[in-house]
Write a protein that binds this ligand. Structure first.
Ligand SMILES: [Zn+2]
Ligand SMILES: [Zn+2]
Length: 179
């Protein structure tokens, strides 16, 4: 199926994302138009009172309401996400439904007790967005620590990699987009 759009769906409360910057980077990498939906309320049913986090995979279903067949949709939430058995996730994705979600909660320097840096924050947002969109296109994790498809278990892993695919992953991306 040819992907016509990458659709971005912010959930409120929204983080301070530079939407033009992120759009430009995604268009450059995926050669596909990017559209932004208006923010929607975060689904409280995904909230776990005990963990004080939202269930990431819940959003993969929720996002189906906001996308069409020939689109990839990426949800962006400012709250912390988890999956069962994991303390937290930066994001989750489904290649089957072409839905993905990222959390910006742990992408702020302030989360780690150091002064905020907006450039670093937006680089991290880009990396997590590109990574999860890569999963929706069927890519797995890449052993190259500089490739955006390298697994991030910590913010150090995210900072080490670039927001670009390595040549072998990028070949897969372009072929799965039919480019
Ligand atoms: Zn991953
Ligand atoms: Zn790679």
């Amino acid at each position: 199926m040819n992907i016509r759009f990458i659709r971005l769906q912010p959930y409120s409360p929204e983080d301070n994302i530079d939407k033009n910057l992120l759009t430009g980077r995604l268009v450059e990498i995926f050669k596909t138009p990017v559209m932004w939906n208006s923010p929607v309320m975060i689904p409280q049913i995904a909230f776990d009172n005990y963990r004080n986090q939202y269930l990431g995979s819940y959003f993969l279903k929720d996002l189906l309401k906001f996308k069409k067949d020939n689109e990839i949709i990426l949800g962006i939430v400012s709250k912390d996400l988890y999956e069962p058995e994991l303390n937290f996730v930066f994001g989750v994705a489904s290649p089957l439904t072409k839905t993905a979600v990222i959390s910006t909660y742990r992408l702020h320097n302030s989360f780690y007790g150091i002064p905020e840096n907006y450039e670093i924050f937006m680089d991290r947002v880009t990396k997590e967005a590109v990574h999860e969109i890569g999963h929706t296109l069927g890519l797995g994790h890449c052993p190259n620590p500089e490739c955006v498809m390298h697994f991030s278990n910590s913010i150090e892993d995210t900072d080490r990699k670039s927001y670009y695919f390595c040549p072998s992953c990028y070949k897969k991306v372009l072929s799965s987009l039919g480019l």
